[in-house]
Design a protein around this ligand. Sequence first.
Ligand SMILES: O=C(O)c1ccccc1N[C@@H]1O[C@H](COP(=O)(O)O)[C@@H](O)[C@H]1O
Length: 202
Amino acid sequence: MTVRVKVCGTTSVHDAVLSAGAGADALGFIFAPVSKRLVSAQVAREAGLSVGPSVARIGVFLEQGLDEVLRTAEAARVSAVQLHGPLSSLYVRQVAAYYPVLRVLRPADLAAEAGMWRDEPGVTLMLDAPEPGGGVPLDWAALREVFPRGAWLAGGLGPANVAAAMQALSPAGVDAVSRLEARPGVKDPALVRDFVQAARSS
Ligand SMILES: O=C(O)c1ccccc1N[C@@H]1O[C@H](COP(=O)(O)O)[C@@H](O)[C@H]1O
């Protein structure tokens, strides 16, 4: 199976074109106000239009109201939504009625929540570190037995470690932000290129 590669934290048309040119399958746009990579719906929309429809555009949210999520996703014309934080299953299903959802769980949530989303149409799991965007890798060896089939992996991934992470857990997709930046919100072209290449050749 070909792994999907997402480059998150896109804040400009320039960086969208850069990541798509490097071969990313998906771009992430972070709409959580707490983020150092916060982007407006308008810039995300322009950035998404600049890369064409073959590149997925994923709106990233952290514990935000349903109305805010749906309105922002619509304004930004994203193709999928990524949901972080403690959320009810009803809320996740309500978003999934409108958009494909990447539901982000921490390792500590797996036992309680992973089973809930198995075979749920429109919901794909992603495993991430407790602090989203913190650049801290998960303990892949400890997750080997429990990593959900078909899930994506995030958390401190970058060019130097993505191959090892993929070898350990065989995720369906990989996602990274802080290890691909020159500074928060600004991509380093070489790191983005090397990350995509390393994921593709693993
Ligand atoms: O990056 C952020 O600022 C952020 C804020 C709020 C929710 C999610 C955020 N980023 C997500 O964090 C993971 C991995 O980040 P890293 O590679 O460990 O820095 C990824 O899913 C981003 O989409």
